[in-house]
Design a protein around this ligand. Sequence first.
Ligand code: PEP
Length: 251
Amino acid sequence: MRLPMIAGNWKMNTTLNEATALVTEMLKGLDAIEGVEKVVCPPFVSLAAIRDLLKGTSVKLGAQNLYFEEKGAYTGEISPLMLAGLCELVIIGHSERRQYFGDTGEVVNRKIRAALKAGLRPILCIGERLEENEAGKTAEVVTEQLKLAMDGIDYPPGFIIAYEPVWAIGTGKAATGEQADETIGLVRRNVSDMYGKEAADGVRILYGGSVTAANTAEFMRQSEIDGALVGGASLKAADFLSIIKQTSEIL
Ligand code: PEP
């Protein structure tokens, strides 16, 4: 049995005041829902305040990125050591990082290593672009991204992968449940090839890309999908709660 996870990626949204107000609103319903690992990933500047609000609750905190060096002359960057005292999880390799900030496969690999060394649990994002999908290259692309990200890294206990087709992120055009399930099944087979059956049975693989309260059930009913990484809909307390509640009822 894999514990489902729903993680909210707030991206570059919310001021400190908005972030604390949003979490306060979410906590009215979120804490009581069982059977789902619940995670919020606010911007860096709100992590400390939200950590304080989440103390003693069942909701976990994640960051959206990190830099792979521990300290030094890297103006503007956030190190794994800074995050280790603040949050448990960290999103790595999000397609927006790959697209706008030059996070290549090698950079993603270094970030995964750095996160693990600092005791953070990575949520590794992989997914194909629209033209790759249309060219029938989805399997090839996600296989290559996973291999590069994990090159030379032992299987991390509690590993989490998010399959996020780039064409579905923030577009309102989600994959179908079957499409997502098929690719997630392939990712699980890749994990099996790399790390063995036990790892493949245990790894949680989330779907991400325009998940809403209205389409959550379609994804959670699939056999391979272990939860969701949610962007836009995680900024509305009622929607995020509904996604988590539905997940707890289905999975
Ligand atoms: C994301 O940011 O990982 C994401 C899936 O965004 P959205 O749900 O808005 O498509």
